[in-house]
Each structure stands twice: as structure tokens, then as C-alpha cells.
Design a protein around this ligand. Structure first.
Ligand SMILES: Nc1ncnc2c1ncn2[C@@H]1O[C@H](COP(=O)(O)OP(=O)(O)O)[C@@H](O)[C@H]1O
Ligand SMILES: [Mg+2]
Length: 244
């Protein structure tokens, strides 16, 4: 559990500036969504927290630790940041069963066998995969695969959980259930979450705070009610109106 802070983040690929000046403070235990149209920089901002992408300027902190600040030559590699990640594409290992997939991060960290057994079983129960420990991914539904990915992201008790469009590949009914389940798990764990989506229903139904982005800028941030009642400008009003 941790705060996350972006301070004056700039991200450029050579001459192409993707993020100009992004600053945001996320509180401990908060569920924050990055909401905006495709290509506005949501994934880039998320990946900079994980360390899979580097910021060009500015600093990123997780809790008290500055994890990236190019001006001061600070860069903590992804595996030392203690963040969990869940992607749209599930990215579960096809050659490992449910238990092995979820245990993988703990094995990499060389935890002992009993501890791995206990922690994996605990998380399997939480994400409601009990009884499916030995199933291979190709015998799981999309929703079950996404639960495996979620469990794998949570198993090493990360400081922050990062989710990038995790429900986009699921059918509508399952999406609704998973929205509820993810939010409940997040609250039970009290874990800080950053959730990237282009789907306003997801953002509005799950978040403590929504950050509305366009072209690399923060257009508005606030609680779902604040944004719904007081859209900052036409872009926000149109974006939250025109989506279904
Ligand atoms: N490796 C890269 N080189 C150049 N441009 C990139 C690269 N990765 C992403 N971009 C650009 O950065 C912008 C933001 O992308 P992204 O963060 O993936 O947006 P979102 O997740 O909001 O859809 C897009 O215009 C995308 O084309
Ligand atoms: Mg994206």
C-alpha cells in the first residue's frame, strides 16, 4: 500500500512529445482511473509507474521512494518497485496451470514452498478460482483467465496495483461482474489502484477519483459525482455524454 506521485512528468519519443507536464498525487488506498480517448497517453503514464517506460523529465514516487527522476539519474527497475500489473490481454502463461501462474511472482522472489502454497491458496479463494488450481489456461473462460491475471498481480502484496483496460476483452455481462469484484478486492486489500480505461462506465462505477485525459494533458480530475455534476469544459461533457 502506498501513495503514488507524478511531478511535472514529460514523456517524449525523440521530438514527439506525448506527455507535456503531468502532475498528480494519488493517496494511499485510493482507486484512481485514467479515463480518455485512445492515444491520449493513459498507458504511457501507467507504464512509467511500473518502470516499463521511462519519463523524459520530472519525477515519480511510490510512497516515500523516488523511483524515477532522470535529472537526478534515479531509476528503480520494475522488479524493485513492488507494483502488480494486470493487462487487457491477460498475459497468463499458457504452459502453467492456474496455481503455477499465480505462484510465479513468488517463485521468482524465492519464497519458500509453504509460504507460496499458503499465499497462493489465499488469493485463489479471494478471486474465486477455488477448485481450478490445476486447470490449464486454455480450459478457462476469459473471465477466469483475467482472475488468474488479477491474482498474479496481487499475490506478492504489491504497494500499488496497475490495471490497463483489464476488462476490454470480456463480454458485457462478465465485465459488469468483474467491475464489482475488482473494486471489492481493492477495498478488501486497501490497495492503491491505478486503472486505465476508455470506458466511462467502468471509471464512474469503480473509482474514488477519475482523471480525465486528452492528448497527454489532464483535463479534469475529481470524484465521479464531481465530474458528472460539473464537467470542466465541452470536451469532458461530450466525452462522458457520447459514450455508451
Ligand atoms: N514507442 C512509441 N513511439 C512513439 N510513439 C508512441 C510509442 N508508444 C506510444 N506512442 C504514442 O503515444 C501516444 C499515447 O499512447 P498510449 O499511452 O498508448 O495511449 P492510450 O493508452 O491512452 O491509448 C499515442 O499517440 C501513441 O501513438
Ligand atoms: Mg492504452
Amino acid at each position: 500500500m502506498s501513495t503514488v506521485s507524478f511531478q511535472n512528468i514529460k514523456k517524449a519519443y525523440d521530438d514527439l512529445i506525448i506527455i507535456k507536464d503531468f502532475s498528480l498525487n494519488i493517496s494511499d488506498g485510493e482507486f484512481v482511473s485514467f479515463l480518455g480517448p485512445s492515444g491520449c497517453g493513459k498507458t504511457t503514464c501507467l507504464r512509467m509507474v511500473s518502470g516499463l517506460e521511462t519519463n523524459t523529465e520530472g519525477s515519480i514516487s511510490i510512497g516515500d521512494e523516488v523511483v524515477s527522476d532522470p535529472t537526478h539519474k534515479i531509476f528503480t527497475p520494475p522488479e524493485k518497485r513492488h507494483v502488480g500489473m494486470v493487462f487487457q490481454s491477460y498475459a497468463v502463461w499458457p504452459h502453467m496451470n492456474v496455481f503455477e501462474n499465480i505462484a510465479y511472482p513468488l517463485k521468482v522472489q524465492k519464497h519458500n514452498k509453504t509460504e507460496i502454497q499458503n499465499r497462493v491458496q489465499e488469493i485463489i479463494d479471494i478471486v474465486e478460482l477455488t477448485g481450478l488450481e490445476k486447470r490449464m489456461p486454455d480450459a478457462l473462460s476469459g473471465g477466469q483467465q483475467q482472475r488468474v491475471a488479477l491474482a498474479r498481480g496481487l499475490v506478492m502484496k504489491p504497494k500499488v496495483l496497475l490495471l490497463d483496460e483489464p476488462l476490454s476483452n470480456l463480454d458485457a455481462k462478465l465485465r459488469e461482474k468483474m467491475r464489482y469484484d475488482i473494486r471489492k478486492i481493492q477495498q478488501d486489500f486497501g490497495i492503491t489502484c491505478i486503472y486505465v480505461t476508455h470506458d466511462q462506465i467502468e471509471a464512474f462505477s469503480m473509482s474514488d477519483k477519475i482523471v480525465i485525459m486528452n492528448k497527454g494533458d489532464i483535463i479534469q480530475m475529481g470524484s465521479p459525482i464531481e465530474i458528472r455534476n460539473n464537467p470542466a469544459n465541452d470536451f469532458v461533457a461530450d466525452f462522458i455524454k457520447t459514450q455508451h
